[in-house]
Design a binder for this molecule. Structure first.
Ligand SMILES: [Zn+2]
Length: 124
């Protein structure tokens, strides 16, 4: 693991700490797995993140987004991405200075300070 990867993992951990503080929750980031996607076990109040997220190809805001997304499943105890889920997710994103433009459940684009910081390039 490189130093840079460690720093990026810290971004996820700090994001989660702030969310737990804000919502008085106790959600746990259980593991960073060699997987293609994150996973939330909302009944058990934990989630995992895929290690590719920390590889260096993604901006910090995408790591924050991803953490907020899995966290929101745990906070709301729901596996779906309905309008209520999205409103909670986007309001937490806003507090981190991130605006989201949705393509169904996932971001088509993420913005910070009015600039595009992430744009989905293919179906995932
Ligand atoms: Zn989801």
């Amino acid at each position: 693991m490189t130093e840079k990867m460690g720093e990026r993992m810290e971004v996820a951990k700090i994001t989660l700490e702030l969310l737990n503080e804000k919502h008085k929750s106790n959600v746990v980031l259980k593991r960073i797995s060699h997987s293609t996607r994150g996973m939330a076990r909302f009944r058990q109040q934990y989630f995992s993140l895929p290690d590719y997220l920390f590889s260096g190809n993604y901006p910090e805001q995408y790591i924050i987004y991803y953490t907020i997304h899995e966290y929101t499943h745990c906070l709301l105890m729901m596996g779906t991405h309905n309008p209520f889920f999205k409103s909670k997710e986007s309001s937490d994103l806003k507090e981190f200075g991130i605006e989201i433009e949705y393509a169904r459940a996932y971001p088509k684009r993420l913005y910070a300070n009015g600039e595009i910081v992430y744009e989905r390039t293919r179906k995932s």
